[in-house]
Write a protein that binds this ligand. Structure first.
Ligand SMILES: Cc1ncc(COP(=O)(O)O)c(C=O)c1O
Length: 393
């Protein structure tokens, strides 16, 4: 059956008959899972020795039935064999990289991605003797120059945070296959509703499920999706590193995922309408949104994505203080550092980045940049709100 994404988001991973006839998936709130007798333990140990996923649960750091439902739903949505849930997006990224890389390895990381991911490579992987070269997202020739005999993988985001750059996935996979590298794509900004990187031959997809997948600004979680062969190894590492999620977050994620297609479609619409409005406003210097022909990756984005998401970044005609004033004048969005939820959230990236203007300039974060993560409010209200704020600066 060719099940569409909104149907999968609701039904994938769910048993039709759940405990007690419950319609919704129960939260299995336990730290451990008991065995009736020693024979059951032996049976369990035999099932584990086959290398596949265990036949039952053992201990909460290794797995939980509520998490497994969320994982199956996420695997179905991305079209992957398996998915693993983590305590946060960063826990997913950290555990994946620590599973795959070892001392003496080298990786390529696309520049301009989420700051903490770059920091993981620069400040932490380096301590373990793992070197990183940052490469531009739009220059595959430079990837060729950067690759070394000990390069193991290339890591990218698409679209990136906060400038929404989009990588050409065909070029990425072609390059990686020629050099026998693993490809990892952080697809948080795209969501499986707008892009499914595994269909392009990408090896692993990661999401901060805190964002669009959860969708309600009430949970922290991360997910890795891909082939069982690699995911089984990452699962082992998750059990050792203790980076797993918990049944309450998994329940909230299952609940949030049921509306992911509806929400993301509205966020795509809000993104498009707000970006077009801003692009034509005289007080806006520049708008970063892949649907706009002015975006450097517009052509790739149109070929690759079925929607462009709810984040619009733009530069105000004004300085740091003027941009801060504009943000304070907005009445609908909350001010904060997240995206993807039903409530709109806005931020001035420079204010969160550093108090030192030189550090901001070096990182390419302009003082007048605004990142507006649109929720699912009415687009007319969002635009009217922008209008009144822009009229006052
Ligand atoms: C693209 C991207 N990846 C990963 C993360 C980290 O996710 P989390 O906050 O769930 O650890 C974020 C957080 O903002 C992000 O924007």
């Amino acid at each position: 059956m060719n099940t569409r994404w909104s149907t999968l988001a609701i039904h994938a991973g769910e048993e039709k008959r759940k405990p007690y006839g419950s319609l919704t998936t129960p939260i299995v709130q336990t730290s451990t899972f008991t065995f009736a007798n020693s024979a059951e333990i032996l049976e369990f140990m035999h099932s584990k020795s086959n290398g596949g996923p265990p036949s039952r649960e053992e201990y909460g750091r290794y797995g939980n039935p509520t998490l497994r439902i969320a994982e199956q739903k996420l695997a179905a949505l991305e079209g992957g064999e398996r998915a693993l849930l983590f305590a946060s997006g960063m826990a997913a990224i950290t555990t994946t990289l620590l599973t795959i890389l070892s001392q003496g390895d080298h990786l390529l990381m696309v520049s301009g991605i989420y700051r903490r991911t770059s920091e993981l490579a620069q400040a932490y992987l380096s301590l373990w003797g793992i070197e990183t070269t940052f490469v531009p997202i739009d220059q595959p020739e430079s990837w060729e120059e950067a690759v070394r005999p000990n390069t193991r993988l290339i890591f990218t985001e698409t679209p990136t945070n906060p400038y929404l750059r989009v990588i050409d996935l065909h070029a990425l996979v072609d390059f990686a296959r020629r050099h026998r590298l693993l490809t990892i794509v952080d697809s948080t900004f795209a969501t499986p509703i707008n892009l499914r990187p595994l269909e392009y031959g990408v090896d692993l997809v990661i999401h901060s499920a805190t964002k669009y997948l959860g969708g309600h600004n009430d949970l922290l979680a991360g997910v890795v999706i891909g082939p069982a062969e690699i995911l089984n190894r990452i699962e082992e590492a998750r059990g050792v590193l203790g980076t797993i999620s918990n049944p309450n977050e998994a329940y909230l994620l299952i609940r949030g995922l049921k509306t992911v297609a509806l929400r993301v479609h509205r966020q795509n619409e809000n993104g498009q309408r707000v970006a077009e409005y801003l692009a034509s406003h005289p007080r806006i210097q520049r708008v970063y949104y892949p649907a706009l022909p002015s975006h450097p990756d517009h052509v790739i984005a149109c070929r690759q994505m079925s929607g462009f998401g709810g984040v619009v970044s733009f530069e105000i005609d004004g300085d740091f203080a003027c941009t801060a004033r504009f943000i304070d004048l907005l009445r609908i969005p909350y001010i904060g550092p997240t995206l993807g939820g039903v409530e709109s959230v806005v931020q001035q990236p420079a204010a969160f980045f550093s108090l030192d203007p030189r550090e901001r300039a070096e990182a390419g974060i302009r003082d007048n940049l605004v990142r507006y993560a649109l929720g699912i409010e009415d687009p007319q209200d969002l635009i009217a709100d922008l209008e009144q704020a822009l009229a006052q600066i």
